[in-house]
Design a protein around this ligand. Structure first.
Ligand SMILES: *Cc1c(COP(=O)(O)O)cnc(C)c1O
Length: 424
């Protein structure tokens, strides 16, 4: 138990920041010295080899970010399901797609880029990930749907194996957004290996980073080659710039790839540090009416972000509109808004749980209609497994805690004490 006085940290304690080790510079220098300073080079080839090996898939395609990887996943899946779209159409034009609800919007933005209509599948209370029961219900309501995009939350996977089984049963393809789950496993299998297509992220706050970057993962060499071609402006094999389809400038830089190449040997170390952070929270918050991110049986998380939810009976009144939050302090009770303000008061960074997509203004309030009159988004396209809106409930009661792998045990003790005092 912490007994010192509580003063703001001189150096901010962050949610999650990059951790460099030195080897990154070696590979960046190599790129510089050999003048492979573009989107071709040994670092890119190595990142593709290592990423595929670590994720236990056959092929990885190195791209500028995970969002780009997800976009190309969506294009590959769309073409496989519905054929090559007309030049002015998206690959999913007017098609419904089942998507994770409580996630970063980058999970499903690419569905919308390609003209798809996201239908949000509620979160399972036991795992905080996509609810398989709600997904089954969704297939009953919309039997024509053939694509599911599912993300693993905060590096704590849910039942992605069950999601995959449901997809197979209904003849649907699965895109796995493993951006937050690099190194996590389900039944001993790496996250990123469950989807027909998957994406991982090297964004600055993820498990390892290139400052930016991402990979598309697949077991199909044709699909890997197609994604690689699209990512480099879709040039055809010809002496001049020959084009048969729309391209993108999505390829990873060889300099960024150098950083990622230097980071990969430290994935395990980062995971162990993040695990220690989670364990210290679990120990330190014992006795408070809170629960940490659930660990689903059979899974092994990467512990990317530690988060907690407050038991309903211990929630004080909290009201949020689209940009502000207020609360009324009650003795013995608290809420995420109070906790996040208290953390901010000691120069530590927390944040709310991802606000569910079905609560976002762009999906909540608008019915968007495509050029040809087809419905593109609708207000109530949100499917629950039971009666409770689980996503809204976790959002209301939950907060992500400072989870930086460089936070010291002493700093974390102060963070824990500040959380405890919110319950007084
Ligand atoms: C970080 C993140 C992304 C996007 O990754 P970028 O590499 O920044 O494009 C996508 N999905 C989820 C769930 C993420 O957390």
């Amino acid at each position: 138990m912490y007994s010192g006085s509580i003063l703001p940290f001189e150096k901010k304690v962050w949610l999650a920041t990059p951790t460099m080790h030195g080897e990154e510079m070696k590979y960046i220098s190599e790129a510089y010295d050999t003048n492979w300073m573009s989107t071709v080079g040994a670092n890119i080839n190595e990142v593709e080899r290592i990423a595929a090996e670590k994720a236990e898939v056959k092929y990885a395609v190195a791209l500028s970010c995970c969002t780009a990887a997800l976009h190309l996943c969506v294009k590959l899946a769309g073409e496989k399901l519905y054929g090559k779209p007309a030049i002015s159409h998206g690959a999913l034009e007017g098609r419904r797609v089942f998507c994770s609800d409580m996630t970063f919007d980058a999970t499903l933005n690419p569905v919308v880029y390609e003209g798809g209509i996201p239908i949000f599948i509620d979160t399972e209370a036991e795992s905080w990930n996509m609810d398989p029961v709600a997904l089954e219900k969704a297939f009953e309501l919309y039997p024509d749907v053939r694509l599911v995009v599912s993300a693993e939350l905060y590096g704590f996977p849910g039942r992605i194996d069950e999601i995959k089984r449901i997809c197979e049963k209904h003849g649907a393809l699965l895109i796995e957004d493993a951006a937050e789950a690099m190194g996590a496993t389900v039944d001993g299998k790496q996250c990123g290996s469950f989807g027909d297509y998957a994406a991982i992220s090297y964004n600055g706050n993820k498990m390892i980073t290139g400052s930016s970057g991402g990979c598309l993962l697949t077991n199909s060499i044709e699909d890997a080659n197609r994604a690689r071609k699209w990512s480099t402006q879709a040039r055809e094999a010809a002496a001049w710039y020959q084009h048969e389809e729309v391209g993108y400038n999505y390829r990873m830089s060889n300099v960024i790839a150098g950083v990622i190449r230097g980071q990969y040997p430290y994935l395990e170390e980062h995971l162990e540090q993040k695990k220690a952070v989670y364990e210290r929270y679990r120990e330190g918050l014992k006795g408070l009416p809170v629960e940490m991110n659930p660990i689903t049986p059979g899974t092994s998380p990467n512990y990317w972000l530690s988060a907690m939810i407050i038991d309903s009976d211990y929630m004080c009144k909290q009201v949020r509109d689209d940009s502000t939050a207020i609360y009324i302090k009650e003795h013995g009770k608290t809420c995420p808004t109070e906790i996040l303000e208290a953390l901010s008061g000691i120069n530590a960074e927390g944040r709310p749980i991802w606000k569910p997509m079905h609560m976002q203004p762009m999906y909540r309030m608008h019915e968007a209609v495509g050029k040809d009159g087809t419905l593109r988004c609708r207000t109530n396209a949100y499917i629950k497994g039971g009666v409770v809106d689980v996503g809204a409930d976790i959002f209301r009661r939950g907060a992500c805690l400072p989870s930086d792998n460089k936070m010291t045990a002493e700093e974390q003790e102060v963070v824990i004490e500040v959380i405890k005092r919110c319950f007084e």
